[in-house]
Design a protein around this ligand. Sequence first.
Ligand SMILES: NC(=O)c1ccc[n+]([C@@H]2O[C@H](COP(=O)([O-])OP(=O)(O)OC[C@H]3O[C@@H](n4cnc5c(N)ncnc54)[C@H](O)[C@@H]3O)[C@@H](O)[C@H]2O)c1
Length: 283
Amino acid sequence: MTSNTVFTGKTALIYGAALGIGRAVAQEFARRGARLVIADIDRAGAEETATLIRSAGGEAVALRCDVTSDAAVREAAVAAEIAYGAVDIVMNNVGGILHGNPQDIPISEWQRIIDLNLMPVVRSNAVFLPKMLARGSGFIVNTASFAGLYPFATTRMPYVAAKAAVVALSESLALDLEPQGIRVSCLCPGPVRTNVMAGMKTWSAGAAMRGPGAMLEIKSVEDVATTLADGMEAGRILIPTHEEAWDILARHGADPDGFIRSKIAAFAQGDFGRPSPRPAAES
Ligand SMILES: NC(=O)c1ccc[n+]([C@@H]2O[C@H](COP(=O)([O-])OP(=O)(O)OC[C@H]3O[C@@H](n4cnc5c(N)ncnc54)[C@H](O)[C@@H]3O)[C@@H](O)[C@H]2O)c1
């Protein structure tokens, strides 16, 4: 294990680590010396992540937690403290997508997606901010998406809004909390090979999926975990999985109207910005 001040001997609680990005991040944090608490609605998957960590020589426990419940988020924090003491790093990684034109998506679905992608960060903050502020230390990691950084995901608007809110919230938290000893990072995944689309609800069967850019490589979860942990060690706040994000954001920032209109033109020509080969997710 490498020695570093971010991970060595620290307790990390990850909400949403039974699969995909969360599982790979849990394994990477453990490799760098952290003890892991895996909290996920999928209890069996969470146990499997903890077993993988323990069989590689690390320390990990698993518990069931539905992050759409305030009480469950609080109870997971208490269980983590009982297992390993104060939580140094909390990662709010749960997310889920949908598919549909905005006129077809019912308000109840907006509420469900916001409850799954934005409110778990709020619930986690309600539990951990007072504790971390009292100690004057801690690390909060929130998982957003390229969909929250620049416009392309026209058939996932509740997800876009929720993830944009996670980016904005993370930036403001960093502004407020860094001077008080608490670090904040926001992982912004582009296309990553996972099962995130497995249970996706579709509201407009014929609507074409739009992607973040055909030039983007589809990353592995292992690459994403390394990028995140390296970024946290390097003191970064916004951590995109693909460095191309900075060029895209610079173009958007330099001429937002022009950027949007160039997307309209590309979509009209049938260039939907979908990385190739088709990823498991393009969120
Ligand atoms: N895969 C991608 O291309 C991609 C792109 C952008 C952003 N993201 C974001 O990355 C994060 C991880 O996504 P992933 O691709 O690894 O997805 P995934 O579906 O493989 O993993 C999501 C995890 O969250 C858990 N989960 C779902 N609902 C839950 C609930 N109510 N309570 C507790 N746990 C719950 C699942 O059991 C699973 O372990 C999400 O926030 C997602 O929006 C992924």
